[in-house]
Design a protein around this ligand. Structure first.
Ligand SMILES: Cc1cc2nc3c(=O)[nH]c(=O)nc-3n(C[C@H](O)[C@H](O)[C@H](O)COP(=O)(O)OP(=O)(O)OC[C@H]3O[C@@H](n4cnc5c(N)ncnc54)[C@H](O)[C@@H]3O)c2cc1C
Length: 388
């Protein structure tokens, strides 16, 4: 019996579980290590913050998938990797050896080295912890007094989160809360076309959210954020959404990593140093074609990962993956509107949100228990997510 060990219930591993649910591989034991039953789907998290969806609606329930895949599930974290001896140690003390390992554990927040950030800022990831803090603020403190709220990070996550928080409090409290978005670059969404950043800044201003751009944060305190030029922005709830960093363990474990510490993989999604280790999503980086850290690549890589893990277990050839060079981005702006970006094309409106909502619901619905049973052997369907 060969053991395929999956670490992390991320977007790509959904497709692996789905593939095994639809076509079990005799002689293969499937084991998943992931701490939570609900896997949050990134595209819907801003809608959860805004109050458009319940948390459960924005998540994929791993339980039916795991059951259908005939998978053994350890609800814990993997804490130690020893690829030389093909061994993973978990937080609950379990030691698991493997024939083939697949890693889809996502990214971590960047090191919170700015003065006061670790004590006073709330990182947007892990999203479960962020949502706990947000719910408490939204349902208790924000109902009693007006708040200043700052989000640090001028990328898609920062924009969506600040707009979602504004929407939620505007709907649920009568108080005038103040919102700020702080970005180190001179424009928002600097990875995308300049027009996208201009549109986002215009939309945020129209919502009463003040962008502060071209300024790094010098320090965060309990009641304010200090920018590099000395500007002080009042904030009693400071959210840290400054991008994705690599966890420390891949380098420490001796896996080949890129300069930033993400697991270096080849086009087959296989570790460049360890052929019995595969990785996908934010935790991995294609050695010769790195792509942005966004859910879309974790989703698009999922079916390739599933096929290649199964091929490797059967002694067959793997297929290679060429990620798309550009992706459609649909960013929600809290009020059931969204900004769409495709290359240099940028648009904005309610219909863009409806489109995003449709795509996101369809994605989550794909992994619902009844769908797994109803459409056997349909794993060649093209996956989609709100950025695609
Ligand atoms: C607020 C916000 C909004 C976003 N919106 C979008 C969007 O609209 N579109 C988009 O494309 N991207 C979006 N992103 C980015 C997106 O969240 C990530 O790129 C995406 O989640 C990466 O997917 P993944 O499968 O690599 O990992 P994840 O989705 O992070 O999943 C990793 C899983 O592994 C588990 N895990 C972690 N460590 C361990 C361990 N040691 N042992 C076992 N299990 C572990 C975690 O619990 C989790 O279940 C957003 C991000 C944020 C913060």
């Amino acid at each position: 019996m060969k053991r395929l060990l999956l670490i992390g219930g991320g977007h790509a591993h959904l497709f692996v579980l789905e593939a095994f649910a639809r076509a079990p591989l005799p002689g293969v034991e499937l084991v998943l290590v992931s701490p939570h039953q609900l896997a949050p789907y990134s595209g819907m998290m801003p809608g959860v913050i805004a109050g458009h969806y319940h948390y459960e609606q924005g998540c994929i329930d791993l339980a039916p998938l795991v059951r259908a895949a005939g998978c053994r599930w350890l609800k814990t974290l993997a804490v130690q990797f020893d690829p030389a001896n093909r061994m993973v140690v978990c937080e609950n003390g379990s030691r698991l050896d493997y024939d083939l390992l697949s890693i889809n554990t996502g990214s971590t927040p960047p090191p919170m080295t700015v003065v006061g950030v670790a004590e006073h800022a709330v990182p947007v990831k892990p999203i479960e912890s962020f949502l706990d803090r947000w719910r408490q603020l939204a349902t208790e403190v924000a109902c009693r007094r007006p708040l200043n709220i700052a989000v640090v990070g001028g990328g898609a996550a920062g924009i969506e989160v600040v707009a979602a928080m504004r929407h939620r409090l505007a709907r649920t409290t009568w108080l005038s809360h103040h919102f700020h978005l702080i970005g180190r670059q001179d424009t928002l969404l600097h990875h995308l076309a300049p027009q996208a950043g201009h549109t986002a800044a215009r939309v945020l201003r129209a919502l009463g959210i003040t962008p502060h751009l071209g300024q790094a944060v010098n320090a965060v305190a309990r009641d304010h954020v200090e920018l590099a030029d000395g500007t002080r922005i009042d904030s009693e709830f400071t959210v840290w959404a400054t991008g994705a960093a690599a966890p420390a363990w891949p380098r420490a474990a001796g896996l080949a990593v890129d300069d930033a510490g993400f697991i270096a993989i080849d086009p087959m999604l296989r570790s460049c140093s360890h052929p019995d280790v595969f990785a996908a999503g934010d935790v991995a980086s294609l050695a010769d074609r790195p792509h942005p850290k966004s859910g879309v690549y974790a989703v698009k890589g999922g079916p390739v990962l599933a096929a290649n893990l199964r091929a490797t277990l059967q002694g067959l050839a793997c297929t290679s993956w060429t990620p798309q060079t550009r992706a459609l981005a649909l960013l929600s702006t809290g009020d059931r509107h969204a900004i769409g970006v495709w290359g240099n094309w940028v648009w904005q409106g309610r219909w863009a949100w409806r489109w995003k909502d449709h795509i996101d619901r369809r994605f989550v619905g794909r992994f619902a228990a009844h769908k797994l049973a109803a459409h056997p052997h349909s794993s060649k369907e093209n996956p989609s997510c709100a950025t695609k």
